[in-house]
Design a protein around this ligand. Structure first.
Ligand code: SF4
Length: 334
């Protein structure tokens, strides 16, 4: 049984023009100890999917309107707010792009970390809390952790703040860590260090990770499987290897084409995907990618493609996936 099954999840927001679905029949699974990537441009529904899993949708405008989120064999979409708080505090943790949104700016780091323990284990002696807190900072590679305990968040660099966030998320030994663009605001060197830290922590703790990003390069570094989302729907789902070797969805092909490659000649122009992700109130009929897709036909503008499984390890939602397979086969044999 998978650790987490997201089945046909649909999430909607109340807007001035009525209820708008922003996550539309999304399904994927996560095995224990696995890392999967949720990838797509801003506005594709990745973060809303994560917030739906966590029961953290903004109220009263957002709500899960259909589908299930099964954690082990418990359906979180039917759980009480108390039970969801318990799961969030203990079994599923989340870190965000900007740690300052989650850290209290006027409280010292040590106190914030200690609260993670005192809230859930009030019987712990203060000496044990202090020891565990220090251990957490050491685990996430913060140098001179004793002195850092007395720092306020603003006294730390962006990378150090993200390490503190990760420490807080790890305190309860979660089964799943949802990491929502945790390295996007960091420079490349620090980004590589945080990815390495997540890899090490996963190896040491066995937790599963859902890594949300717009960057397929990061996915290649960390994940075994990837779910590509576009305008609230799944475009393609595959192992990282098959997705990178044979992308089937034109959107995935566009995302991959925009990654610089070492073998490219200097000054080679990167490919870009024309246009932007449509807003939730202006989604086109048929395939939601149709107004940006070089392969679009009349059928694409009329009918939304269903997800089909060209092979056991992948699914794709595109009317023209057969032709794209034929095209990539020709490209790779020429
Ligand atoms: Fe492009 Fe049509 Fe495939 Fe959509 S269904 S991605 S518009 S070819």
């Amino acid at each position: 049984m998978p650790l987490l099954s997201v089945r046909d999840l649909s999430t909607a927001f109340e807007t001035e023009t009525g209820l708008v679905t922003v996550v539309d029949h999304v399904s994927f699974e996560l095995e224990a100890g696995e890392t999967i990537g949720l990838v797509g441009e801003s506005g594709c529904g990745k973060s809303v999917t994560a917030l739906s899993i966590m029961g953290l949708l903004p109220r009263p405008s957002g709500r899960v309107k259909g589908g299930d989120v099964l954690f082990k064999d418990e359906n979180l979409t039917r759980a009480s707010p108390e039970r969801l708080r318990e799961v969030r505090g203990n079994r599923i943790a989340m870190i965000f792009q900007e740690p300052m949104t989650a850290l209290n700016p006027v409280q010292r780091i040590g106190r914030q970390l200690a609260e993670t323990y005192t809230l859930h284990e009030p019987e712990l002696k203060s000496s044990d809390v202090a020891e565990k807190t220090l251990g957490l900072l050491e685990q996430v590679g913060i140098p001179a952790p004793e002195s850092r305990l007395n720092d306020y968040p603003h006294q730390l660099s962006g990378g150090m703040r993200q390490r503190v966030m990760i420490a807080m998320a790890l305190a309860r030994h979660p089964d799943i860590l949802i990491a929502d663009e945790p390295t996007t605001a960091l420079d490349v060197t620090i980004q590589a260090q945080i990815l390495e830290l997540l890899r090490e922590l996963q190896r040491d703790t066995g937790m599963a990770i859902i890594f949300i990003t717009h960057d397929l390069g990061v996915i290649a570094e960390l994940c075994s499987r990837v779910v590509v989302m576009y305008a609230g729907r799944i475009a393609e789902q595959a192992t990282v290897k098959s997705l990178f070797e044979h992308p089937l969805h034109p959107y995935t092909r566009g995302l991959l084409g925009s990654i610089p490659r070492l073998e490219d000649e200097p000054k080679t122009l990167l490919t870009t995907i024309p246009g932007i992700v449509p807003g939730i109130e202006e989604l086109p009929d048929g395939c939601r990618f149709s107004n940006r897709c070089a392969y679009a036909t009349d059928q694409c503008h009329r009918e939304a493609p269903s997800l089909v499984a060209p092979s056991p390890e992948r699914t794709v939602a595109c009317h023209r996936w057969h032709e794209i397979i034929a095209e990539t086969t020709r490209e790779s044999s020429s």
